[in-house]
Design a protein around this ligand. Sequence first.
Ligand code: COA
Length: 165
Amino acid sequence: MNDYTTRPVQVGDAEAIRSIYNIEVLESTVTFDMVERSLDDQISWITDHSGSYPAIVAVNTTGTVVGFASLTAYRPRPAYATTVENSVYVHREHRSKGIAVTLMQELLTAAAEHGFHSVIARIVGDHDASIQLHASCGFQQIGREVEVGRKFGKWLDVVVMQKML
Ligand SMILES: CC(C)(COP(=O)(O)OP(=O)(O)OC[C@H]1O[C@@H](n2cnc3c(N)ncnc32)[C@H](O)[C@@H]1OP(=O)(O)O)[C@@H](O)C(=O)NCCC(=O)NCCS
């Protein structure tokens, strides 16, 4: 039995989510953000992810948020409206317990219920854990953008994966 459950994001989750996210901003290339999210940024993000583009959190038995996953618009031009981009983050101390897979399954169900047709994941090129996670959730690699990013003095590829709903 899992020792965590999932639910839609709430404004009260802001501090926990930004703490999970900001460590990756500062220490890794899994996000191309360079500046930590403020609490206000995170609250705006939650508001933006409470309607058509949902976010869900995984919460452990003590009520602590241990991971989150979200959908975001893929591109601003209207003909792209049926495609979404996904994101998933798990707290460093709670990895390898199946939390990301559970969040992804819930997110993909929500994406289908919200009427989206396809989900795109954009993953930094050397990130085998995320590439394998997405493959195990039915995503297929459809492309690779070469040296499109630069962080910590290194060029970064982006692997593009897609799942049709
Ligand atoms: C990638 C990430 C979300 C995985 O979270 P997790 O809860 O540890 O993953 P799970 O336990 O659900 O594992 C699911 C699958 O992902 C893959 N995976 C997870 N961690 C892995 C690792 N260190 N190496 C290789 N594959 C890994 C495996 O296929 C695994 O399935 P398996 O256990 O049957 O082999 C987590 O490492 C993370 O939050 N990283 C930082 C944020 C990030 O990179 N997000 C993705 C941005 S594109």
